[in-house]
Design a protein around this ligand. Structure first.
Ligand code: SF4
Ligand code: SF4
Length: 403
């Protein structure tokens, strides 16, 4: 390991920790397993010790903290990846330590050494060889279009378009998540939006590389995706995946390339405002789960709530933890790959919180949140519906067709 994975700002921030432990109280991983080793403060203190063990002058070297044994490294590394990167610790930290960025730097640091879960090699190989995280044939990225009720002849791959819909890997390949692109494509067609998919020219947004401590491989993905969107002559890019959206917002030079980007919740909000979506009554009690990357990450809390509340008949109820305090569903940070049981534990707490509101439906705005919560609800026979916002709007439009 080396300290080069960290910025000076991060080194200063680490030293500012007051050990108040508020971050541990709020961490969904700690709440699920009740073990201090998965807590942000444990991780931070370990990291501080590691820093002390490999920096400083002679006096510090004489009294320095002991370096970790291989076994201790293994345990520490495991706990670093038992984290959903939900950002709640960062949101809550009273001294403003950028904890989420720190966890990403720590993952990078571990990957530079031999102390990392070997599944990361699979993520790297899949992305470099097939350009999607699942090692699927990238030419099949748009095959879900064939499952539309009335698939257009061009399968939504147009040479030129005003808007590009960037689907993301999970929605493109996971059958459970494909309902989301099917819904959004249906809505965009009904609203007469001139849009295209990128098909095989869409590569993973690159988030799994950052989450896996492989940032140096990221730039190629940025360059390719920007060029693919420009090739369509598009001005706007729409994402139903909050992680793709956040990653574009934070790292892609979209403005320098004359592009505007929108999460689907924002785009639907605008279409509703422009009266392009005639929404009919739905008799439902709905609560909304803020996806971590859309809420705490991209700071979009209002657009999805406006869309839900624009549908007549819906009774909207908030969960006790909402907006910036929303509890993670357990699906982020590639956690499922490293510790599927922890994902299940976190998802269980989330479903219980949603049920406490009396809602019959949890709406979210993320394919990964839908997968995680729906899988838990189905396996445990919890009588609650889980829908993406696009599916909810599609439902309201379908009621219009039936009327
Ligand atoms: S990012 Fe979320 S899961 Fe990870 S340590 Fe912070 S609060 Fe816990
Ligand atoms: S909340 Fe911030 S200051 Fe408090 S223990 Fe956690 S990292 Fe340190």
């Amino acid at each position: 390991m080396s300290n080069q994975s960290y910025t000076i700002k991060q080194c200063l921030e680490m030293a500012a920790c007051t050990n108040c432990q508020i971050c541990a109280d709020e961490c969904p991983a700690v709440q699920a397993v009740r073990q201090g080793e998965v807590s942000p403060i444990y991780r931070l203190q370990r990291l501080q010790n590691i820093f002390r063990s490999r920096t400083g002058g002679l006096l510090q070297k004489l009294f320095r903290a002991k370096t970790l044994s291989d076994e201790q490294w293994e345990i520490f590394s495991k706990t670093v990846f038992q984290c959903t990167l939900c950002g709640k610790c960062q949101e809550i930290c009273p001294v403003g330590i950028g904890l989420k960025e720190l966890w990403l730097s720590l993952r990078h640091d571990l990957v530079q050494s031999e102390h990392y879960p070997k599944k990361i090699n699979m993520v790297r190989d899949n992305l470099l060889e097939s350009r999607n995280v699942f090692a699927e044939d990238n030419e099949e990225r748009g095959e879900w279009v064939e499952d539309m009720d009335d698939p257009p002849e061009d399968l939504l791959i147009r040479e030129q378009s005003e808007v590009v819909y960037f689907t993301g890997c999970v929605a493109a390949y996971f059958p459970l998540a494909q309902k989301i692109p099917l819904a959004l494509a249906d809505i965009l067609l009904k609203a007469d939006v001139d849009f295209s998919l990128l098909g095989e020219q869409e590569w993973c947004c690159g988030l799994p590389l950052l989450n896996s401590g492989l940032p140096e491989l990221f730039q190629e993905f940025i360059d390719h995706n920007i060029a693919a969107v420009k090739e369509k002559g598009a001005n706007d890019v729409v994402f139903a995946c909050p992680s793709c959206y956040e990653i574009w917002k934070k790292y892609y030079p979209y403005q320098a390339n004359g592009l505007r980007i929108h999460h689907a919740s924002q785009y639907l909000d605008t279409l509703i405002e422009q009266r392009k979506l005639p929404l009919k009554t739905l008799d439902m009690t709905v609560t909304y789960h803020d996806p971590c990357d859309l809420g705490r990450g991209a700071r979009e809390f209002d657009a999805p709530r406006r869309v839900i509340q624009a549908i007549p008949g819906i009774r909207f109820v908030e969960m006790p933890n909402n907006r910036e305090n929303c509890a993670c569903c357990g699906g982020g940070g590639n956690l499922e790959m490293f510790d599927a049981d922890l994902t299940t534990g976190i998802a269980g707490a989330k479903i219980e919180e949603a049920r406490s509101t009396g809602a019959d439906t949890i709406v979210t705005a993320c394919q990964q949140c839908v997968r995680t919560m729906l899988t838990y609800a189905k396996r445990n026979k919890v009588p609650i519906q889980v829908l993406d916002l696009t599916q909810l709007v599609q439902k309201a439009l379908a009621e219009e067709d039936d009327a």
